[in-house]
Design a protein around this ligand. Structure first.
Ligand SMILES: *[C@@H]1O[C@H](CO)[C@@H](O)[C@H](O)[C@H]1NC(C)=O
Ligand SMILES: *[C@@H]1O[C@H](CO)[C@@H](O)[C@H](O)[C@H]1NC(C)=O
Ligand SMILES: *[C@@H]1O[C@H](CO)[C@@H](O)[C@H](O)[C@H]1NC(C)=O
Ligand SMILES: *[C@@H]1O[C@H](CO)[C@@H](O)[C@H](O)[C@H]1NC(C)=O
Ligand SMILES: *[C@@H]1O[C@H](CO)[C@@H](O)[C@H](O)[C@H]1NC(C)=O
Ligand SMILES: *[C@@H]1O[C@H](CO)[C@@H](O)[C@H](O)[C@H]1NC(C)=O
Length: 492
């Protein structure tokens, strides 16, 4: 993710301190990276950075120096290789003007080869020697200031300021003449230090460019199935406060095959970045309108329909079986197969409550008789179903589970006279419990993908209900370098 993961030299950050975040209007899915999440992101970035420094080769340095008693020496340092870096302390701070990451007291080891040749009137025959040395960087400071801006629906990462400063460095010579040690310290210390600084700042610039490319690579919409897309275009600029970063995406479902008609939804967005006292890295808030847009898209696509011609996988529906429930039906159509056409008659009503999501689903169940290859609708029963939907995080998706609360049936129309509603009610109850609710739960299990960068996973997520929002508070874990490296290959 590093996308959600983000990042002076502690300059002046104007600090805005409030536990509330003004979400960007029209962003129906919002993500907040908390201070814990920022720490995680910082550590992740530093680790990735260190990984990219190791085995880094610094350019060769060559100097001619006058050495008393020895003469003119041409000294070449080559194969200067970064062996390892250790970071003692680091910090991340956010403010309105950016994100500052600072590393202090870092140490590093480098290895190098040296060689020299001397010629002078004293030693007419050229003298030369070569060997290796170790360089220890004792105290290094690294800092960078970043900012995130929305550019036409994608996030752009800006590196505003960065620097690396080597405060102290020592050299251990393996072999060689003692004058060489003095030459290395006097003539080369400064250039080795600035070479290290240059190499590290260059890597920072490249690393941030790579991270920015990853952000550019994020989709603006996710295709969910044949019917719907999820619009994950970023809305507005990320809001940086003193301990968190808030971002928002459009978050609405749109129909795949139609020109989308923008829906007007009310805007009243102030969301809390708190996770009910739980220290979590991120909080993803989903507005009720996301579910409403899903309801509308699937309803309009006509995909809320189910034809059933057998019960529980065994009994074929037949008028003969129904002769006690609907005798008139048996009289008109003796021993004919039947089917039930279950159609949702208007977009399900969805409302986030304090403990779940309340839904009301309006269903028309048409009883069809199949006679000589013809479908003859004979009666229609309407059912208003009230159900609650509990959410859970499964992998990186948010999935739901419906619980039937109550239902109400009435006869909409009939070509076979009055029906025995008590019996119909009992029949519907069984159809709801054994067919309709399990079917809907099967569909809901697929869930909605939460916007998170590939390669990262939610961990120990909790769901909070704060009408009209629901929120998932979670930690994040990194699954492996595989994805990032793949992306890097793509991009280079
Ligand atoms: C950030 O703001 C909170 C109040 O929301 C305050 O307690 C905290 O000290 C602030 N942190 C910094 C570093 O200013
Ligand atoms: C450069 O240094 C590495 C150790 O850091 C060593 O393995 C390698 O052989 C050296 N290369 C040359 C050309 O000396
Ligand atoms: C540098 O080398 C020393 C000894 O070889 C080792 O103890 C230390 O951990 C190394 N430091 C880094 C940053 O690799
Ligand atoms: C790390 O930093 C702390 C505080 O600045 C210091 O006391 C400690 O000696 C440092 N450790 C190393 C290994 O440099
Ligand atoms: C997705 O959301 C963005 C931002 O709200 C909007 O400009 C764009 O038109 C939307 N795309 C679709 C296909 O609705
Ligand atoms: C099912 O019933 C609906 C009306 O409730 C009707 O529009 C649709 O065509 C029917 N489907 C089938 C396959 O009979």
């Amino acid at each position: 993710m590093a996308p959600f993961i983000v990042y002076v030299l502690l300059s002046h950050l104007s600090i805005q301190s409030s536990g509330y975040i003004q979400a960007n209007e029209e962003g129906f899915i919002s993500g907040v990276i908390t201070d814990k999440g920022l720490d995680y992101a910082k550590d992740f970035l530093i680790e990735e950075g260190i990984g990219s420094f190791v085995q880094l080769q610094l350019p060769e340095v060559e100097k001619s120096v006058k050495v008393p008693l020895v003469g003119n020496a041409k000294v070449v340092l080559s194969n200067i290789t970064m062996k390892g870096i250790e970071v003692n302390s680091s910090s991340v701070k956010t403010g309105e003007s950016g994100i500052v990451i600072a590393v202090s007291g870092a140490t590093a080891n480098l290895s190098m080869s040296w060689r020299y040749s001397v010629s002078s009137w004293l030693i007419p025959i050229g003298v030369s020697d070569s060997g290796t040395a170790t360089i220890k960087v004792e105290d290094m400071q690294v800092g960078l200031t970043l900012n995130l801006k929305n550019q036409e629906g994608t996030l752009k990462l800006f590196l505003l300021d960065y620097g690396c400063y080597v405060r102290d460095l020592s050299i251990e010579l393996e072999g060689g003449a003692s004058w060489l040690y003095q030459v290395l310290v006097d003539a080369f210390e400064g250039s080795i230090a600035s070479s290290v600084e240059k190499a590290i700042t260059k890597k920072i610039r490249e690393g941030i460019e790579k991270l920015d490319s990853l952000l550019q690579y994020l989709p603006k919409q996710i295709s969910l199935d044949r019917t719907a897309n999820l619009n994950v275009s970023f809305i507005g600029n990320p809001v940086l406060s003193n301990s968190s970063i808030a971002i928002a995406v459009n978050g609405l479902f749109t129909a795949r095959n139609e020109v989308s008609v923008p829906q007007a939804y009310p805007k009243e967005f102030v969301i809390s970045s708190a996770c009910g006292g739980l220290p979590k890295m991120i909080k993803v808030s989903i507005h009720e309108n996301v579910f409403k847009s899903a309801s509308l898209v699937y309803f309009n696509a006509g995909s809320m329909q189910l034809i059933i011609d057998e019960l529980q996988g065994k009994t074929i529906l037949n008028t003969a079986e129904w002769r006690f429930i609907v005798p008139q039906l048996y009289k008109s159509y003796p021993n004919d197969d039947m089917q039930l056409n279950i159609t949702v008659s208007s977009p399900p009503v969805i409302q986030v409550t304090n403990q779940d999501i309340g839904t009301t689903i309006f269903v028309d169940i048409t009883i069809d008789v199949l006679e000589d290859g013809e479908v003859i609708p004979v009666a229609c029963i309407s059912v208003d179903i009230s159900a609650s939907c509990a959410l859970e995080i499964v992998g990186n998706r948010i999935a739901g589970r419906l619980n039937l609360q109550k239902f109400y049936t009435y006869l909409k129309w009939s070509k076979i006279g009055k029906l025995h509603m008590k019996l119909i009610q009992a029949l519907m109850s069984s159809a709801l419990k054994t067919i309709i609710i399990p079917y809907l739960n099967f569909e809901l299990k697929r869930g909605l993908p939460l916007p998170i960068i590939d390669g990262f996973a939610f961990e120990k997520a909790n769901i909070l209900y704060a009408p009209p929002w629901i929120a998932a508070c979670s930690d994040v874990s990194f699954l492996g370098d595989y994805y990032l490296h793949q992306q890097a290959t793509h991009l280079s």
